[in-house]
Design a protein around this ligand. Structure first.
Ligand code: CP
Length: 324
C-alpha cells in the first residue's frame, strides 16, 4: 500500500487507519486493543454507550457471514452508531451491473464513516483501502486473511490460557484455504517460544508463504498426521472446517479431505485439563457436538462472543481515538 493509504501509520500516536492484514499489528497495538475490548465488555454489561452517535458504518459483504457481519453491526449499535448494509453484495449491489470494487468503495465512503468489507478475492481489502477516504476493515478476503478474527482469537487465548508466550497450538483442518489460520499465524509470530502443529489432510496443507514467514520469525512448527497424539500435547486445538466453496470442481479432493480430522470424545479424553478447543465457525461435521459442546474446554462459543468486544474496540479506536 502506498502513501497516505498505509494501513498503519507509524508515528508517535501509531495511528490505525485501516485494518487490512494481521501483519500490521504488533504486541503493543494488540495489548491496546485488548484493553479497550475489556472496557467494552463493561459497556455491554453495565453502562451502554453513545460514543459513536451520528457515525455510520457500512457493511459490504460479497460472501456469506453470520458472526462477522452481525457482531460488527451489533458493535456499532451498542456504541450508539448507525449501520447501512448490503449482504449478498455480488447480487444486490451494483456489482451485479458490472461496477468495480473501487467505484463501489468511493461511493459508499461518501455515505459512511467506516466500511467493513468481506470479499471473495484475496487482496480485495487492500484494493479498497487504496481508494477509500474512510477506514476499511477487512472482514475476510477469499482465502487471504481475516485479521479481526485473528485478533479475537488471540484475545480468547489470552483470556482462556492466560498467556501467549510459550504455548503450543494445533491448527487442524483446511489450512490451505483457511484465512483465519493464516491471519492467526501472522499474529502468533509476535510471541515467544511458541510451537505450532499443522494437522491437515495432504490436499489442504498450510501454504509455503506462511511457513516461510514463521521460519523468518523464529517460530517452531511441524506438520503432523496423528491428531490424537498432538491433542495430548497442546494448549490449544484450533479446528477449522474443510471449505467446500474453495474446491470448485475438485470434488474428489474435497471428499478426500472432509471427515479426516474430527474432534470427538476420543480427542477430549487425551486433551490436557487446561487446554481449549477453538473454532472460527461455522462448523459442519468436524466437531461432534454431542460429545464436545458441554465440555468446559470447548471455547468456540465464548470465542465468537469475544468478537463483539474486539470489534467494538476496533470501531472506537478507528473512529474516535485513531490509535492502536
Ligand atoms: N468466523 C467467521 O468469519 O464467521 P462468519 O463467516 O459467520 O462471519
Amino acid at each position: 500500500m502506498s502513501g497516505s493509504n498505509k494501513a498503519y501509520e507509524k508515528g508517535s500516536m501509531g495511528r490505525l487507519k485501516h485494518v487490512v492484514e494481521a501483519q500490521q499489528f504488533d504486541r503493543e497495538s494488540m495489548a491496546d486493543i485488548f484493553t479497550v475490548a475489556c472496557e467494552m465488555e463493561q459497556v455491554v454489561q453495565h453502562y451502554g454507550s453513545n460514543l459513536l452517535n451520528r457515525r455510520v458504518m457500512a457493511t459490504l459483504f460479497y460472501e456469506p457471514s453470520t458472526r462477522t457481519r452481525l457482531s460488527f453491526e451489533s458493535a456499532m449499535k451498542r456504541l450508539g452508531g448507525d449501520v447501512v448494509t448490503t449482504e449478498s453484495a455480488q447480487e444486490f449491489s451494483s456489482a451485479a451491473k458490472g461496477e468495480t470494487l473501487e467505484d463501489t468503495i468511493r461511493i459508499v465512503a461518501g455515505y459512511s464513516d467506516v466500511i467493513v468489507l468481506r470479499h471473495f478475492e484475496s487482496g480485495a481489502s487492500k484494493r479498497a483501502a487504496a481508494v477509500s477516504p474512510v477506514p476499511i476493515i477487512n472482514a475476510g478476503d477469499g482465502p487471504g486473511q481475516h485479521p479481526t478474527q485473528a485478533l479475537l482469537d488471540i484475545y480468547t487465548i489470552e483470556r482462556e490460557i492466560g498467556r501467549l508466550d510459550g504455548i503450543s497450538i494445533a491448527m487442524v483442518g483446511d489450512l490451505a484455504n483457511g484465512r483465519t489460520v493464516r491471519s492467526l499465524c501472522y499474529l502468533l509470530s509476535k510471541f515467544e517460544d511458541l510451537h505450532i502443529y499443522f494437522v491437515s489432510p495432504p490436499v489442504v496443507r498450510m501454504g509455503d508463504d506462511i511457513k516461510g514467514y514463521l521460519t523468518r520469525h523464529g517460530i517452531r512448527f511441524e506438520e503432523a498426521d496423528d491428531l490424537t497424539e498432538v491433542a495430548s500435547k497442546v494448549d490449544v486445538i484450533y479446528q477449522t472446517r474443510i471449505q467446500r466453496e474453495r474446491f470448485g470442481d475438485r470434488i474428489r479432493d474435497y471428499e478426500e479431505a472432509r471427515g479426516l480430522y474430527i474432534i470427538d470424545a476420543g480427542v477430549l479424553k487425551v486433551m490436557r485439563e487446561h487446554a481449549i478447543i477453538m473454532h472460527p465457525l461455522p462448523r459442519v461435521d468436524e466437531i461432534v457436538a454431542r460429545d464436545v459442546d458441554s465440555d468446559p474446554r470447548a471455547a468456540y462459543f465464548r470465542q465468537a462472543h469475544n468478537g463483539l468486544y474486539v470489534r467494538m474496540a476496533l470501531l472506537r479506536m478507528l473512529l474516535i481515538e485513531g490509535t492502536a
